[in-house]
Design a protein around this ligand. Sequence first.
Ligand SMILES: Cc1cc2nc3c(=O)[nH]c(=O)nc-3n(C[C@H](O)[C@H](O)[C@H](O)COP(=O)(O)O)c2cc1C
Length: 230
Amino acid sequence: MKTRTLTVAALALLACVGLTACSGAGNKNENKNENMTKQENIQEVAGRKNFGNKHALVTTPQPCVMIATWDKDHTPDVMMAAWAGQLDYAQIVISLSKHKTTDNLAETGAFTISFADERTVAESDYFGLVSGNDVPDKVARTGFTFTPSPNVDAPIINEYPLTLECRVVSFEDGMLIGEVVNQSADESILTDGKVDLTKLKPIVFDAAAMCYRALGDSVGQAWGSGKKFQ
Ligand SMILES: Cc1cc2nc3c(=O)[nH]c(=O)nc-3n(C[C@H](O)[C@H](O)[C@H](O)COP(=O)(O)O)c2cc1C
C-alpha cells in the first residue's frame, strides 16, 4: 500500500470516506493480530484502562459504507463495510475479507459506495448480516431499487442519497483501493448545492457497543476552532 497517512475518521470519509470491526472482517483481523506487537510489554498509564490491540476497540466510531456491485448475472449485491478510509483526494481504501462482493469486484472492476443513514439502518445492517452467495435476491428482499451507474460498471442504490462511483485500482492482501470517478447526491440532501449531513443523517458503527449511532450537532469549526491557541 502507498506510504500515505490513512485518515481513519468517519467524518473524513463522509467528506469523500475511516476503518471497523465486524463479523465478516473478524477472521482476517484475528490473523493480523497474531502478527502484531507482542502484548506482554504493554504498560499502563495511571487513570487509563488498557485494552491492548484487540481489534474490536480499534478506531471507533467508523463509517457505515455500503458497497454495491453487479454479480455475473447482473444482479445487484450490497454489503456493509466499516473498515474504510480516504486514501487520497479521489481514492478510498477498504479492508475486505472474501465475500460475494469481492468475487463481483474481480469480474467487473467497479463498485459504488453509499452511506448508511438513519432511514436505512435495518436494510444496511441486513446487507452486513447476509451474503448474496446464500441469498441471491438479497437486495430485492429489502425492497431497495437500483439504477445502473452511467460511469462505472456497478449499480447505484436509489435509496441511498449519496453515492461514489468507483473503479478498482487494486485489490491485494484484502485491501481494496478504489478511484472515485464521480460523486452524486440526491437533491433532498443538499443545502446551497452542498451535501448537508444534517439532511443525510449518516450513521456510524460503534465497535465498542456494537451498535449504530447517529451523528450529533456541529461542535466546532474545522481549521477554525483551534485558532484561539495560535
Ligand atoms: C457493522 C458491519 C461492518 C462490516 N464491515 C466489514 C468490513 O469492513 N470488511 C468486510 O470484509 N466485511 C465487513 N462486514 C461483513 C460483510 O458486510 C458481510 O460479510 C456481508 O454479508 C458480505 O456480503 P456479500 O457476501 O453479499 O458480499 C461488516 C458487517 C457489519 C454488520
